[in-house]
Design a protein around this ligand. Structure first.
Ligand code: NAD
Length: 495
């Protein structure tokens, strides 16, 4: 990473993502000495701004959102020297010409070919235009040195995702395209593969013979904040399940890769998506639940219902919650339900994966000592706590034989003193290094859309809904409880 001079060109540099995520990530990489010796960051957006004003905005982002708190004055001064700003419309050819001039001057100065990373932190409608302009202006011709980073959402449905893939593949090589799913950069998410494939004791039980069901929950207390306009056209299925939750499911369900090459891992993940049971239109009612929050009470405060949020249609039928029961039809997982749910304005902020093991084949203990009997459960917690706990039955100390459930716990905070990098730090480093493991390949995105299209189509056809159907601050609609309860299970939450 260090040797090759590098230029980051960030489109949409005055936006929320650049400010909250990219600025702190780039600065922390610099502080931790992961940035190349020679680098430049060019911010691009429409607003008129001087370099100093833009640097000030980035600093504000670091001070507010960095995992390390406020920036160090001396280090920031050093870092800011690398940052400049250029105001232009993404349609404007002149700006691409000036990028070319900048790259040329930078390469001459450093007497070496530069690695150039184009980060598209803009609304998706601009992805095609920026990509086309980059190609037209010969800015990304060398697949070894130029990379194009595409933020989510990648497409609005299967067709638009395919169109975007076709366009990108005519302009660039797949090895240049980095489709972001920032969840994959999170430390505990990366750890799922280490945990599964670096420990010999798990593989024999990681299948339908021992696992009863799997739950994946990503719930947020936040509402739509100031992104109501975007969310109206998306909803929980497109915004969360299509990408983050299906990717978590793939990590749990994938077969063992033969090595740690990006394409090998992505092949094994896409195999899971291909093995997932297709939904027939009639299945949607049976296997899928959607919800929208009404006003309610969260963390001691009254909060408004979704339909009253800024940028939201007062009659909106956009779902702010979705739950799905999936099956993976292969030898490993036949008959094992994967319950997946995600929602906004929920009771807690959590991202957890629950592997629920089957009960013992025969219980030798009398019922009076097994009060708190619980089947073995593995809980992988991504947020708020980063931990893995295995829940086991033990004898409570005492003269009587009484069983209770305890946790064998691996907790990041207790185990490692050093704070972990933010997802965007990991992802930006991988982009510099040219490692695509944690990025979505074109066929993965399409396979995920393909799986969900019958649901989205069935939903689109039914307009009259009894929305809102869950209170802000609750665990979502009752129907979501019923979805899992009818199989004899319940959604598990950490206390
Ligand atoms: P935003 O609306 O805050 O920022 C958009 C940026 O694009 C601004 O800098 C704006 O000036 C610029 N822009 C708009 N029109 C332009 C034009 N014609 N020419 C040049 N620049 C123009 O958006 P955001 O929230 O930062 O999101 C950016 C991308 O990242 C989107 O694809 C979004 O879905 C994705 N994303 C955002 C978040 C987040 O937390 N904000 C999270 C995940 C993904």
């Amino acid at each position: 990473v260090h040797e090759q001079p590098t230029i980051f060109i960030i489109f949409g540099a005055t936006g929320d993502l650049a400010w909250r995520k990219l600025a702190p990530a780039l600065y922390n990489l610099f502080v931790d000495k992961f940035m190349p010796h020679n680098f430049a960051i060019i911010g691009n957006a429409r607003a008129k701004m001087t370099d100093e004003e833009f640097q000030g905005k980035m600093l504000e982002g670091v001070n507010q959102f960095s995992r390390n708190g406020k920036a160090d004055k001396t280090l920031w001064k050093e870092f800011a020297q690398h940052i400049s700003y250029q105001s232009s419309d993404v349609q404007d050819n002149a700006s691409y010409k000036s990028f070319a001039d900048f790259i040329e001057a930078f390469e001459t100065k450093h007497k070496s070919k530069a690695r150039v990373i184009y980060y598209l932190a803009v609304a998706p409608r601009f992805f095609p235009i920026i990509a086309s302009k980059l190609a037209e202006n010969n800015l990304a011709t060398d697949p070894k040195t130029s990379r194009v980073v595409i933020e989510k959402p990648f497409g609005h449905d299967l067709e638009s995702a395919k169109d975007l893939n076709v366009l990108l593949s005519t302009l660039f090589q797949e090895e240049q395209i980095y489709r972001i799913d920032h969840y994959l950069g999170k430390e505990p998410v990366q750890n799922i593969m280490a945990f599964r494939f670096a420990n010999s004791i798990l593989e024999p039980i990681w299948n339908r013979n021992y696992i009863e069901h799997v739950q994946i929950s990503v719930t947020e207390q936040l509402g739509v904040e100031n992104r109501g306009g975007y969310y109206e056209g998306a909803g929980a299925m497109r915004d969360m399940i299509q990408n983050h939750l299906l990717q978590l499911l793939c990590l749990v369900a994938m077969e063992t890769p033969i090595n740690f090459e990006a394409d090998e891992i992505r092949n094994r993940k896409v195999d899971v998506l291909h093995a997932m049971r297709k939904f027939e239109p009639d299945d949607v009612q049976k296997y899928v639940v959607r919800g929208q929050y009404a006003k309610g009470w969260l963390e001691g405060e009254d909060v408004e219902g979704y339909r009253k949020e800024k940028g939201v249609d007062p009659q909106s039928n956009t779902e702010t919650f979705a739950a799905v029961k999936f099956f993976v039809d292969n030898w490993r997982w036949q008959g094992v339900p994967f319950y997946v749910r995600s929602g906004k304005r929920m009771h807690q902020n959590t991202s957890t994966i629950i592997i629920q093991f089957k009960d013992v084949p025969h219980c030798v203990f009398p019922t009076q000592v097994t009060d708190n009997w619980q089947q073995n459960r593995l809980v992988i917690s991504i947020q708020p706590e980063m931990s893995i706990r295995l829940q086991l039955q033990v004898k409570r100390p005492g003269l009587d034989m009484v069983l209770n459930t305890v946790d064998m716990l691996f907790n990041y905070k207790g185990t490692y003193k050093h704070g972990e990098p933010e997802a965007y730090e990991t992802l930006l480093t991988d982009i510099m290094e040219g490692d695509q493991t944690l990025f979505m390949r074109g066929d993965q995105v399409e396979a995920a859309w393909e799986l969900l299209m019958p649901i989205l189509n069935a939903w689109g056809n039914r307009k009259s809904l009894s929305f809102p159907n869950y209170q802000a601050g609750s665990w979502g609609p009752e129907l979501a409880e019923a979805l899992i309860a009818q199989d004899g299970f319940h959604w598990f939450t950490l206390p």
